[in-house]
Design a binder for this molecule. Sequence first.
Ligand SMILES: C[S@@+](CC[C@H](N)C(=O)[O-])C[C@H]1O[C@@H](n2cnc3c(N)ncnc32)[C@H](O)[C@@H]1O
Length: 664
Amino acid sequence: GGTGQADFLKVLRRKRASLEEATSAAEGLRAAGHLSGVRGYSSAIVASSRGRKWSVAVELFEEMLERGLRPTASAFTALREACEEGGQAALAARVLAAQGAEAPASAKPAPASKRAQASPSTSQVLYSKGALCTRLREKDASPERLSEATELLRSGGHFEETLSYTTALRNCEHGHHWDLALSLLGEMRERTVEQDVVTYNVAVAACGRGQQWERSLALLETMSAVDIPPDFETYQAASLACSRNGEWEQALTFLEIAQAMRVANAESWHIGMMACASAGAWEATLEMLESAGVESPKDVSRDLMCYGVALYACMESGRWPLCLALLERMRREEVDADAVAFACAAQACRDGRNSDAANEIISEMRLKKMNTNVAEVLNEATLSVDFPEVRSPVPLGALRPMAPKEVNLYKWIRQRATPGDVASVIQVIEEFAEERSWLKIQGEQKKELLEASLRAEDRVVEFGCYVGYSSMVMAKKLRELGGGSVTTCEVDAANAYVARGVLQFAGVEGEVQVRVGCACDWVATGQLGTIDFLLLDHRGTIYHDDLHAAETSLSEKALVFADNVLYPGAPLFLNYIDVQGYKIEIHELKEFKRPDLDDWVVICRPPPLAERREMPESTPAELRRLSAEVDAISWRSQEQSVDWVAFQTRLKPIFYQWKEERGL
Ligand SMILES: C[S@@+](CC[C@H](N)C(=O)[O-])C[C@H]1O[C@@H](n2cnc3c(N)ncnc32)[C@H](O)[C@@H]1O
């Protein structure tokens, strides 16, 4: 007695557990009645596959089929992978065949000749866990849409362990769906999915963001009832919850508890100070400045951070003389003020009609070569991009050195476009490219072709997100068509953060998820889900490699849409799709805002699953040389200006000859 479903599953999941231990855990599940329905079996199959006990997983699988039960999609996938890993290719093929067979599966798995049919598109539509969780971030999602997303997560077998629930809760936090977060928390308990301190921390945060600070407090009590001790993040989340609701005194109470329990740190202290400052409690803020380094956690000192918050509090409450005194004291204590600190003081003086003092501060800023546009500095200090994948918001200022043009674009959008109106954001980006500086986006003719190529319910994967322009074009089009999802990979973290900010502003964060990293690494994780529409727009000279890696995820109706095939050029990709037997369509058009540069967009369709081949062993030397040249000029173009037109004049005849030879 005493051992619950979660404990047995834990044993099954453990890679180091022996086969005997795993078999008796499965026995334990059966004895306790946890193997009665689809969900119980499927969780056990997923767990034993993760733990590399393919034989246990297969046994459970056979048992399910005998009883006329159909495993969940993730059980199928996990089992197939476990069989493949265990060198059981024939078994893996049988599992695949059973998945392709009509539901519910019959006792006898379908013959292997049905294999080609067993692609994901013949079974139920499978969205990746990430894509479904992303929907929970939509702030104005209807209850029906939210419950559809959670139902898809459940039936897709994505809700089998702690981490998936926690991810969903985190997304609920960002979508302000505190009620859904609480109900998922309850569901975890009912289904005996293990809860940990992180699960509760996220739930506390979700209530806080949903303006339900009292429920946050109630959760702290639940934690002690279920015997999960809070950690420093719990108290931070709780005091942030209070802070968001203007309850600064309550926030300080949590700070005190955290300090008494020795789990407070500098971040906790700053959250407390900000709670006071933003609620207008300037005296309390200044008191905290005094106690910094004295009665505070060890890692706190009277530094720029504390002074900055104090200056902000005094500015907000109109105390300009205090601001001047603070600046003076910073000088004495040799704490260097930054642009934001100066700007707070200058703004306070202006508000107090003391323009002499304000001007003096501004000349000091000028001497230090800081931006002297006070409003702009303050505005940028309050702008940050905030999304579930990072623990705390990323301030725009931190992104500026890495992506100055893109940060300016983001600010442009915030000033000119309408929040939540994706069409206006798309248009403002085009205007920026027209009026300020060129952007490497799929505008004009390319945009039209992209829109015309999408189909309802397409699960789009994009390689090369940049600032999210094409992702938004697709999300908007998919909305018009009635549904679908976009997952986009971006290797440059600064671009990806800007993109997330832009997507959030446009109100499409529920349909688009940004994955930071190399496209091929994301493919390797298997987390991109099934792909109906693959958009290649990252680096032409590696399209063929990344396409090959993604091929096993392509659905039967999959289309590949490749931009920049002629300019700057993707010769090895052309060769690849030709040799592999793709159906190829070439669209001749112009590069965005470059009427002097021709380009090709290639739309192609992979051969049926059964006919797909390995990577060709050799490619013609001429093409490889061409590809190396494209790489070289592309790298050079990042440092200096290059003559693209001349380069094209040389390249074009080779591409057109290739095209003619194939009658395309
Ligand atoms: C032409 S831009 C994409 C434009 C975007 N599709 C649009 O139209 O709005 C190419 C982007 O791909 C990114 N990139 C380059 N190599 C990559 C890789 N291996 N994986 C993911 N992203 C990559 C670059 O950082 C750059 O932001």
